[in-house]
Write a protein that binds this ligand. Structure first.
Ligand SMILES: [Zn+2]
Ligand SMILES: [Zn+2]
Length: 124
């Protein structure tokens, strides 16, 4: 099960990201979570269940997940996409990947003014 979130920033950044697994067929082999790619300077969707976590565009492994403290500004209140956090994922990843509606570091302007919002897109 997955969901879509939109990342927007005052600088004009506006991108859609998928969180969770992208469908029944690959639900046991894929779990997507937004990361900052240092090389692309972009928010990218990374499969956390892949053998090597890497940027889907440039293939670098120099990526930072968006739940990293260095990427978060004000702590948000509402946690986005909790329904995608499963027990199975806990066992495999040994941690929870959590995204809130607080502020995050923007990949484009480097300010803590990026926000994620649930865009309501869902699939099983
Ligand atoms: Zn990249
Ligand atoms: Zn920005």
């Amino acid at each position: 099960m997955g969901s879509g979130v939109t990342a927007t920033c005052l600088c004009g950044m506006n991108t859609s990201i998928i969180i969770g697994s992208g469908g029944m067929a690959n639900s046991m082999s894929a779990y997507y979570f937004p990361c900052l790619c240092k090389h692309c300077c972009a928010i990218v969707q990374v499969n956390f269940l892949a053998e090597q976590k890497q940027c889907p565009k440039c293939k670098t492994t120099k990526i930072i997940p968006y739940d990293d403290p260095t990427l978060s500004g004000d702590a948000g209140e509402r946690i986005l996409s909790t329904h995608t956090v499963t027990n199975w994922m806990d066992k495999k990843l040994k941690r929870k990947l959590i995204l809130t509606d607080g502020t995050y570091k923007c990949s484009q302007c480097n300010q803590m003014t990026l926000r994620f919002a649930d865009n309501g897109y869902r699939w099983d």
